[in-house]
Design a protein around this ligand. Structure first.
Ligand code: HEC
Length: 361
């Protein structure tokens, strides 16, 4: 079983090369053809050849060696889909042939996928002759979208295209800051973390970090307020902050220790409660200030002075920060992210934070 799974996983990498012959014009999609490749290699290739091309001399051979090519060059295309399925289910032994039946060994969809695989080897002309002869309709690309039901249920289209997980029939998608897994062609959805116990890896966490890294790397540095590392910069700590939050102030009082340890602190504004939140007005003032570092210090109570007016063009960065933070699932402040996208929940004292950040490198 494991071997079989691995085969599926590896062959799914070949999906791109197969997709050329598996778009909306054929009855199957590229995923079916790629899953069928694994099945075919395991169950059929020994007799029919790994590319369904048969063994040399098959025409004059007998027994197993006489297995015909299924790549469109012989006459497999003279059979309807129904007949092909039946041949594979029943085999030919009871007809005096040598091919075993697979009806008990493979599910209907596995048999279909094996057919999809060898049909992906058929030239377009052969396929279209076959399709018009047996009136086989192409698969509309819509029906291959495993997220279709989810989209219908959630009533919105803010659902990321599904990606393969490496597990047969399980696809990952994302909506809002949540990761979800689609099963059985998108009929079932599971929301949560997917963990590979063998590799001891949280697969969802890996994806989540990628999203954080993407979001942060796309935000212009000029829109953040950076307290740079003193001396050589070892790493950057990204902090979504709200001037009115107690733990943000506490963390801010320790930024100097982080800087001395070679860690730059990059602040993004995140007004808790949005426009009506307690820190919204001051955050705008900080982002409008001529000297933003000084204004941040004032707003967080570690130095005294007046904050400038918060009505300027740059104040809109505060709203952007809120949207950005929501995208990566922030609900409270401070929200800390290391440069590899790992999230630390809430305030962490600098004495613990520094070794964690440097230990990650
Ligand atoms: C033990 C060898 C063997 C295995 C394994 C085998 N086949 Fe066959 N297959 C044959 C032979 C030989 C024939 C030709 C009929 C006969 O002589 O039994 C055949 C015929 C067929 C045909 C009909 C082709 C035509 O042109 O009429 C199809 C379709 C087919 N096999 C598909 C498969 C698939 C799919 C698998 C794997 C799930 C498979 N076979 C596994 C030996 C094998």
């Amino acid at each position: 079983m494991n071997k079989y799974r691995n085969a599926i996983f590896l062959t799914s990498l070949l999906v791109m090369s197969i997709s050329a012959k598996a778009d909306g014009e054929r009855w199957y999609d590229a995923i079916q053809a790629s899953q069928g490749q694994g099945i075919f290699q395991q169950q059929c290739a020994g007799c029919h050849g790994s590319n369904a091309e048969a063994k040399p001399g098959w025409q004059t051979a007998s027994g197993e060696a006489a297995a015909p090519p299924l790549n469109g060059s012989a006459h497999s295309w003279h059979h309807s889909l129904k007949q092909l399925r039946k041949t594979i289910q029943m085999g030919s032994i009871q007809l005096g042939g040598v091919m075993p039946g697979f009806g008990k060994k493979l599910s209907d969809s596995e048999i279909d996928n094996a057919i999809a695989f060898f049909q992906s080897k058929w030239p377009d002309k052969t396929y279209s002759d076959w399709a018009s002869r047996f009136k086989v309709a192409g698969k509309a690309s819509k029906s291959t979208d495993v997220t279709a039901l989810l989209k219908r249920r959630l009533g919105n289209n803010d659902i990321a295209p599904a990606t393969e997980t490496g597990i047969e029939g399980v696809y990952q998608t994302q909506f809002g800051d949540k990761f979800a897994y689609l099963i059985d062609g998108g009929r079932y959805v599971f929301i949560g973390d997917l963990i590979d116990l063998k590799l001891a890896k949280n697969m969802t966490e890996i994806s989540r970090r990628e999203v954080v890294k993407d979001v942060i790397s796309q935000a212009p540095v000029s829109e953040s307020i950076v307290y740079p590392a003193i001396g050589k910069e070892h790493t950057v700590l990204n902090v979504f902050t709200d001037t009115s939050c107690g733990y943000c102030q506490k963390l801010h009082a320790e930024v100097g220790f982080l800087q001395e340890a070679g860690i730059s602190v990059r602040y993004f504004p995140f007004p808790r409660g949005g426009k009506r939140g307690p820190g919204y007005k001051d955050l705008r003032s900080v982002w409008c200030a001529e000297n933003k570092l000084q204004a941040m210090d004032i707003a967080k109570g570690i130095s005294s002075g007046e904050l400038p007016d918060g009505n300027c063009a740059e104040a809109s960065i505060v709203d952007k920060g809120h949207i950005l933070g929501r995208k990566i699932g922030i609900t409270g402040t401070p929200a800390l992210f290391s440069s590899n996208g790992t999230k630390f929940n809430g305030y962490v004292p600098y004495k613990e934070l520094i070794p964690m950040l440097l230990g990650e490198l």
